[in-house]
Design a protein around this ligand. Structure first.
Ligand SMILES: [Zn+2]
Ligand SMILES: [Zn+2]
Length: 294
């Protein structure tokens, strides 16, 4: 069943500023229990205007995977990741007021939104009936897309630049990473030396081995061949910290990017687009599972 959820305006704006993540987080377990891969998560925000709050549809995310966040994650435990090709961010700039549409929805509970305060009414995510979903799709057909959601550097290219030299990073950020805020761009431009230090830390922690399969190029071939990977992509708002990085062999690194695999911080495993899951076999720096039980 498709789901309708409220995305706080400031958090939605931050997502665009840091690099459209095409994922959504919540403290509500319904984000995992009430939606399945292939179904759509519709996101509505309340945009502040001079006339008061205007409710608009800002995204339609087709769910590709569900994962759980690290224990201290500020936006909640549950996360869904979208299939980027089949998902959309809509422009909030000149979006039509969605209130009339939202008041027409029945929801599976058969409890339409009665109040003027739609944000309040959507505090609990609501499951859409098939007819509601059709109404939403018809509404969205003519909405202008948000260009910033796609003005994002390719993560693999960016990571390779972080592996080579700082001028390459500058080149990519300046040319392709234009959808994010200037602050975020500046932060990425300053990240090079620290990133270099983290890469070395990872190699030291794991003796150059792949954290997913234990492949040890140093032992077998006498060379360093594993790469540092940003678990939540830097280009899509991922944090520039060691806890968001992992050391991977070239095979695993390639396939994780090719299959847009996403990481479950609670189970410490990767979820691939075909549903396959692979656990981390070497871990000395990611929060252990027992961090969640306290
Ligand atoms: Zn590997
Ligand atoms: Zn990577």
């Amino acid at each position: 069943m498709d789901l309708l959820a409220y995305w706080r305006w400031d958090i939605y704006r931050r997502d665009l500023d840091e690099g459209a993540g095409f994922n959504f987080n919540s403290r509500q377990s319904r984000l995992h229990s009430a939606i399945e891969p292939g179904e759509r998560l519709w996101l509505v925000t309340g945009k502040p205007t001079e006339q008061g709050t205007q409710y608009i549809v800002v995204a339609c995310l087709q769910v590709a995977a569900k994962t759980e966040n690290p224990p201290d994650y500020r936006y909640g435990r549950y996360r869904v990741w979208a299939d980027i090709k089949n998902s959309f961010y809509y422009s909030a700039a000149d979006a039509p007021d969605t209130a009339p549409l939202l008041h027409r929805l029945q929801f599976v509970t058969n409890q339409p939104i009665q109040t003027e305060n739609i944000g309040q009414a959507l505090q609990t995510m609501r499951s859409l009936t098939p007819n509601d979903s059709t109404l939403m799709r018809q509404w969205a057909q003519n909405l202008p897309l948000e260009p910033r959601a796609h003005q994002i550097a390719d993560e693999y290219t960016l990571e390779k630049a972080f592996d080579t030299d700082e001028s390459k990073v500058r080149e990519i950020i300046t040319a392709y990473h234009t959808g994010v805020s200037q602050t975020r761009r500046d932060a990425l431009l300053r990240a090079f030396p620290r990133n270099r230090q983290y890469v070395n830390e990872l190699h030291n922690l794991y003796g150059g081995r792949c954290q997913l399969c234990g492949f040890d190029p140093l032992l077998i071939y006498g060379v360093r061949a594993c790469n540092a990977h940003h678990i939540v992509y830097l280009s899509r708002g991922g944090r520039d910290i060691l806890e968001n990085m992992m050391l991977l062999c070239p095979n695993h690194h390639d396939v994780i990017h090719a299959a847009t695999a996403v990481f479950d911080f609670r189970q410490l495993h990767y979820v691939f687009s075909n549903g396959r899951r692979e656990p981390v076999v070497l871990n000395r720096h990611l929060p252990p599972q027992n961090a969640f039980t306290g």
